[in-house]
Design a binder for this molecule. Structure first.
Ligand code: SF4
Ligand code: SF4
Length: 423
């Protein structure tokens, strides 16, 4: 990695502690990713992003700020990036996916909080992630109890705006979410000094839709009998999409899709014929959480799809581009975002429908339902997910894990037994 110490210093980071993180990440990435064979050439871009993860993109965000721009940090796929982009702000994902940050979170949060929340809070308070230092404002949401309380703690250290997400899908809930988006427009306009107009919001909707279309093309390739990309690489593309510039993200994902489509035509697979295909569903896998994909793919199977926020929930469904008034566009945004099926909704039968549909579309031989320890929502919903899969005759394995490696061997044994069951 190039030398970014001056930038990190100016961001007020704890350099000593950050050095420890910088020392372990390349090793983990090398072991998990660079050990794979026959990877698509276009993965070189994503490898480069990881190798410079705390340097290149943070520098771009700082450049944007130097020109008077603002950066918003988000933690959930319900927050509409389009609004921020329309006001001239840049959005960056902030979900923490490393065990490295968890102890920092545990200093202020109960231990029985999910690793994602603990890592996100730890990354901010321990001052070991440039993205968490750069963001001018964090945009939270009322998705789960742990997050709601975490916003209060973070708000002592950084400006936080919380969007009140409805948790049912009745007509009045769509109206309420549209109203929340209108409030969000006001907050972003105040922060940036910019104006969200029908023109700027229309352009932002098209920009983010194009990113969704590009990501969807790559996932479309993962449906093929010839598997042209590993699940690990598919996941990495999605994880980086949360941080990258949306136009560049679309460009790079389209390039990757071009290559994958050619591979399919030429019969180039990264797995031997007959490799069992796994659909992964459950709680999100924030970067650098590659644990499950690595365990599954080094046990002889392929992850072909993630029904997760770091997966299909991020790009499925486009925002209606035909609206020309601000009101119409806000309603269209509300309609699109409410199509997401997070376990924080009740009832959430739409997620079960999604899992069954995706298992068919991606020709999954089996489904692994994964829950991040202490996530009560997804844990409770596991019961209906597992029952629906059983009723549909789809073999399924239910697991719970966290960011540590202590359960890796035990999980490997269970995954291998499950794969044997698939024949
Ligand atoms: S799992 Fe739910 S709360 Fe978490 S990022 Fe996804 S939509 Fe948001
Ligand atoms: S994994 Fe569960 S507990 Fe953790 S932030 Fe997401 S919804 Fe909340």
């Amino acid at each position: 990695m190039a030398d970014y110490r001056k930038m990190w210093e100016e961001l007020g980071m704890d350099l000593e502690s950050h050095d420890t993180l910088c020392a372990v990440l390349p090793v983990a990435f090398g072991d998990t990713y660079l050990s794979q064979e026959n990877r698509p050439e276009n993965m070189a871009f994503y490898d480069f992003v990881v190798s410079e993860i705390h340097g290149v993109r943070p520098s771009e965000l700082i450049e944007h700020q130097k020109k008077g721009g603002k950066v918003l940090g988000t933690f959930c796929v319900y927050v509409p990036d389009e609004v921020a982009v329309a006001a001239g702000a840049v959005v960056t994902g902030l979900c923490g996916g490393s065990q490295f940050w968890v102890p920092g979170g545990e200093k202020v949060l109960p231990k029985n909080t999910c690793s994602l929340i603990k890592a996100s809070v730890g990354a901010r308070l321990d001052r070991t992630c440039p993205f968490f230092r750069i963001a001018d404002m964090y945009i939270g949401e009322t998705t789960c109890d742990g997050k709601k309380k975490a916003w209060e703690i973070l708000a002592e250290d950084v400006p936080v705006h919380v969007m009140d997400l409805p948790q049912m899908k009745r007509p009045q809930d769509y109206t309420k979410w549209a109203d929340e988006i209108r409030i969000f427009i006001g907050v972003v306009e105040k922060l940036t000094g910019g104006k969200v107009t029908a023109e700027s919001l229309g352009a932002a909707i098209r920009l983010i839709n194009n990113k969704r279309r590009a990501l969807a093309r790559v996932y479309e390739c993962r449906k093929s009998e010839v598997i042209p990309i590993s699940g690990k690489d598919g996941l990495l593309m999605t994880q980086i999409a949360f941080f990258d510039d949306p136009a560049r993200c679309a460009e790079m994902a389209n390039k990757l899709a071009d290559e994958l489509e050619k591979r399919i035509k030429d019969g180039v697979s990264v797995f031997p014929k007959g490799t069992k295909r796994i659909l992964l569903t459950g709680t999100p896998l924030a970067i650098p959480n590659w644990k499950l994909h690595h365990l599954i793919e080094t046990s002889g199977a392929a992850v072909v799809c993630e029904e997760m926020c770091t997966g299909t929930r991020y790009f499925e469904h486009l925002v209606d581009e035909s609206q020309t008034t601000l009101d119409g566009q806000v309603d269209a945004l509300a309609a699109r975002y409410m199509k997401n099926n997070c376990a924080c909704f009740t009832p959430n039968t739409g997620r079960i429908d999604d899992i069954l549909r995706l298992a068919r579309e991606y020709k999954a031989d089996g489904v692994i339902n994964t829950n991040l320890k202490f996530c009560g929502l997804y844990d409770t919903e596991s019961r209906s997910v597992m029952r629906a899969l059983k009723d549909a005759g789809i073999p399924a394995l239910n697991i719970e894990t966290d960011y540590t490696d202590t359960d890796a061997e035990q999980l490997r044994t269970r995954i291998q037994a499950f794969l044997e069951l698939l024949g």
